[in-house]
Design a binder for this molecule. Structure first.
Ligand SMILES: NC(=O)c1ccc[n+]([C@@H]2O[C@H](COP(=O)([O-])OP(=O)(O)OC[C@H]3O[C@@H](n4cnc5c(N)ncnc54)[C@H](OP(=O)(O)O)[C@@H]3O)[C@@H](O)[C@H]2O)c1
Length: 277
């Protein structure tokens, strides 16, 4: 398979409205460029409007809107969604890709920072928007293979005494467990939920790790794992019409670390844990 061949299999997205969080960096930015190449109408939800405007200007793309949105603040999420729905009462897909691997001393909305942004922020978004969506909509949640690192352990997720990487892993486990429940229980009849994982790729998400770990990690990841343009293909697959409610899309390589997207049955061990959490 070549990237050209893979991309040719994904339909043109000319008549689709796609909402994207985290489209200003790394995997989300690469995915955004694919959406541009497929002619989608893209609504970027971003915390840094200037950064988004610069990116859009460089891409010279006009089929786009930008709305302010900070996933670490419930009031900003609410405001972002209210603005979005006022302008676009119906959209085709919402891609919840924004995420952090970061710690602060303060709690955010009462929770440790990464857990707040990566889990509670996504959950609040879905719970606030879902009852307001009347047309058929697909919501895609960006997970991570590290979600599987923390199974079989009892954890108080709000204790705020984790190391940065552990807090990130737990946040991803929580958001996957939450999405998996939505996929299993389908509480909103008009919303299809899809879970993606991008494998492992070098992005600025590791910026707050301590510098030794960050440097070694960056060299290791960029040498052995896949490029950001390949990692973002699971999101592109997820917005295609082939992905339906309950689809779980991951890279097809060993341990789902790298490679072109594939649809996978949810791992039995994670399924069992997620349903009781
Ligand atoms: N890189 C990997 O190997 C990997 C593996 C598995 C899963 N993932 C997941 O993939 C997603 C994208 O990560 P990435 O590696 O591409 O990281 P990245 O390059 O750091 O991009 C993160 C994106 O999220 C946005 N963001 C962060 N905090 C936000 C907030 N509070 N409100 C709104 N937007 C916020 C960032 O905005 P700014 O541009 O303003 O900073 C940026 O656009 C994350 O959910 C991550 O957990 C990544």
């Amino acid at each position: 398979m070549t990237k050209k061949k893979y991309l040719s299999k994904i339909e043109d997205l000319s008549n689709r409205k796609i909402v994207l969080t985290g489209g200003t960096s790394g995997i989300g930015l690469s995915f955004f460029k694919y959406l541009v190449s497929k002619n989608a109408f893209v609504i970027l939800l971003v915390r840094n409007i200037k950064k988004a405007e610069t990116i859009v200007k460089e891409l010279n793309y006009s089929n786009i809107d930008i709305i302010e949105y900070d996933q670490s603040s419930y009031s900003s999420i609410k405001k972002g969604i209210d603005t979005l729905l006022e302008k676009y009462p119906s959209v085709d897909s919402i891609v919840l890709n924004a995420g952090v691997m970061s710690r602060t001393k303060e709690l955010m909305e009462g929770h440790p920072y990464s857990i707040s942004v990566n889990y509670y922020g996504v959950r609040y978004f879905i719970e606030y928007i879902a009852p307001k969506l009347t047309a058929k909509t697909k919501i895609i949640v960006q997970g991570s293979l590290v979600a599987g690192f923390h199974l079989n352990k009892k954890t108080n997720i709000d204790s705020n005494d984790f190391k940065t990487f552990k807090e990130y892993n737990i946040s991803k486990m929580c958001v996957e467990a939450y999405t998996y429940k939505l996929m299993k229980e389908k509480p909103y009849s008009n919303i299809d939920f899809v879970l993606t994982e991008p494998g492992i790729t070098s992005t600025s998400i590791t910026r707050d790790l301590d510098s030794f770990l960050k440097h070694v990690g960056k060299v290791f990841v960029s040498t052995f794992f896949h490029s950001v343009d390949k990692a973002s293909l699971t999101l592109l697959e997820a917005v295609s019409s082939k992905a339906t409610h309950g689809s779980y899309i991951v890279p097809r390589g060993l341990f789902t670390i790298s490679g072109y997207p594939k649809y996978k049955k949810f791992p039995h061990k994670r399924e069992r844990e997620y349903l009781i959490k």
